[in-house]
Ligand binder design. Structure first.
Ligand code: MTE
Ligand code: MO
Length: 369
């Protein structure tokens, strides 16, 4: 059967992962879900997404250029940036493509299942005062952030660039970050400097930052106008993908089968736990189902985390009998946004946040001693 019949260009309905997807998957790793255990993800377990090649940057020759519609354009060394007021904040980053490989047909791109997330403690200096000191012109509407990495995507040669509306760029939580979990940024996470936009999907947080340009026109670059748009057909302009919609994930309980990752649990009380986040507002509710989503019960939320960090939750479960169960979790935030039961299909495979489901088998055997 021709599996491409009726499938939009750039997507596939095949169950098979292609060579191109595997190539991306071996470069860009996810966070193993057992790492949900840590409130702050160890750097090596944080997900990674690099569109092109990791640039090799020498701190000595590197400068940040701030130009465009400002009265006083300037260049800054890393030393000058580090001498400015610094803040450290835990921030949950999630890739907009998280969940993509679970859609059908799926975009042929980085084939994330659910693991494109992590929470790190980022250290940097707020962007807003730098912009204000430079004197933003009255006709400015956007700020364009350019990385040093170059590639070809959608047939377009480019450097990685994204923009933010001026009012978003001036929000106090937006940082120029040079450290993660107390260490200088490693090469793959943007050394020597990256933008960090808490609450927004990861594509906004430009790594290997080299230039910040205040602009009087909306930016029409590839990553803004072509990629990261919510569309159902290739000829639609689509809606821009912006903030992170709510998601919760469960730390997979018990032990996995090596190949299928199916889980096995002994017949004994078990504490189900995980984390939940939203870029729109605080998470106010997490619910758990142990019967595939037919019935739901409230999970317990830990103390509220820092504003842009994930919220820990837990639920005590007594499996009633040996057998197969589908464990689920779903979150809702203070704006009323919540996780849907069904995937939210779209062409690029962005912002799909349907409930997390884990198939488990409860076995009659007692746990190993
Ligand atoms: N310069 C540059 N910045 C980038 C990217 C990139 O490829 N180049 N990838 C973006 C995407 S799609 C995501 S999800 C995040 C991933 O950040 P991380 O690898 O530090 O987790 O970086 C963003 N910033
Ligand atoms: Mo991403």
């Amino acid at each position: 059967m021709d599996q491409s019949a009726g499938v939009p260009a750039g997507t596939t309905a095949s169950d098979q992962i292609s060579r191109e997807e595997l190539q991306l998957a071996t470069r860009n790793h996810g966070m193993p879900l057992e790492a949900l255990r840590w409130p702050v993800t160890p750097v090596g377990l944080h997900y990674l997404l690099v569109h092109y090649d990791i640039p090799a940057v020498e701190e000595a020759g590197w400068r940040l250029l701030l130009d465009g519609r400002v009265e006083r354009p300037r260049t800054l060394t890393l030393e000058e940036l580090r001498a400015r007021p610094a803040v450290t904040r835990p921030v949950t980053l999630e890739c907009a493509g998280n969940g993509r490989a679970r859609l059908s047909p799926r975009a042929i791109s980085q084939p994330w299942l659910l693991e494109a997330v992590g929470t790190a403690e980022w250290t940097g200096t707020p962007l807003a005062p730098l912009l204000q000191e430079a004197g933003v012109a009255g006709d400015a509407v956007e700020v364009v952030f350019s990385g040093l990495d170059r590639g070809v995507e959608g047939g377009v040669e480019q450097r990685y660039q994204r923009s933010l509306a001026l009012d978003e760029a001036l929000r106090e939580e937006v940082l120029l970050a040079w450290a993660v979990n107390g260490q200088p940024l490693p090469p793959q996470h943007g050394f020597p400097l990256r933008l960090l936009v808490p609450g927004w999907y990861g594509m906004t947080s430009v790594k290997w930052l080299e230039r910040i340009t205040v602009s009087a026109e909306p930016f029409e670059g590839y990553q803004q106008a072509s990629a990261y748009r919510w569309r159902h057909a290739p000829d639609e302009p689509g809606e821009p993908v912006t903030r992170i919609v709510p998601r919760s994930l469960m730390l997979p309980p018990g032990i996995p089968d090596f190949l299928t990752r199916h889980r096995f649990l002994p017949l004994a009380p078990v504490r189900l736990e995980g984390r939940a986040w939203s870029g729109w507002g605080p998470v106010v509710r997490v619910e758990v189902s142990t019967d595939g989503g037919r019935t739901w019960a409230a999970a317990e939320l830990a103390d509220p985390p820092a504003p842009y960090a994930w919220h820990a939750w837990s639920y005590e479960w007594q499996p009633p009998a040996p057998g197969d169960y589908e464990l689920c979790c779903r979150a809702a935030d203070a704006t009323g946004r919540q996780q849907p039961t069904q995937p939210r299909w779209n062409l690029g495979g962005y912002a799909d946040n349907d409930v997390h489901r884990i198939a488990v088998t409860v076995t009659p055997t007692p746990p190993d001693r």
